[in-house]
Design a protein around this ligand. Sequence first.
Ligand SMILES: [Zn+2]
Length: 216
Amino acid sequence: MSVFEKVKAHISAGTVITDYGVKVGKNGMACCPFHNDKHPSMKVDEKHYHCFGCGAHGDAISFVAQMEGLSNYDAACKIIKDYGLPIETNHGGSEMAREAYHNKKVQESRVISVKKQFNKWVDDKIHELKECEALIEEAKESILRTDPREEIISNGFAYMVHKETMIGYWLDILCMEDEADKRSLFLEEREEVSRIAANIKRAGNEILGRSWKCVG
Ligand SMILES: [Zn+2]
């Protein structure tokens, strides 16, 4: 069954024509909306209309098509939509509306999940960078108790001290209100933040591990 047949099975020409404001008399005669009709010269029944004055002729779908200046297919889709008919179409009408609705929902849940991911990243990095700051402080204290001639310790320590300002700067951005700054940090320097934080933790643990060994 074609979409046209399904639409016509659901709704009569008389119903559609009446709903367009055309008064149909008990004898099924109406003033034709397609020509300047003073006396009813259009015959309307269940399936068709026919004007004896201007020759306009068709069914529920072609009536809507003529009134709205639509193709028959678009007119059928309009009827499906206007009357909420349970008919699926390939390219338009209810299916298109459903797909648009579905896409909107998917888009919304994607935005929510990206936002969650972003907020989690901000929280995680604040935590991680604060750990780095604490490690740098600990390393500074511990380095005083360690042999400064040790190459590895010196390199690691130099790295930590060198990156200290950077860590503080990133923490300022993450802890302040400006969403745009946080977002650009996330988008542009996310990997750099992770890399430097990881390096500091490695260097810090190395220094503290050794210094504990020395102290012990
Ligand atoms: Zn007519």
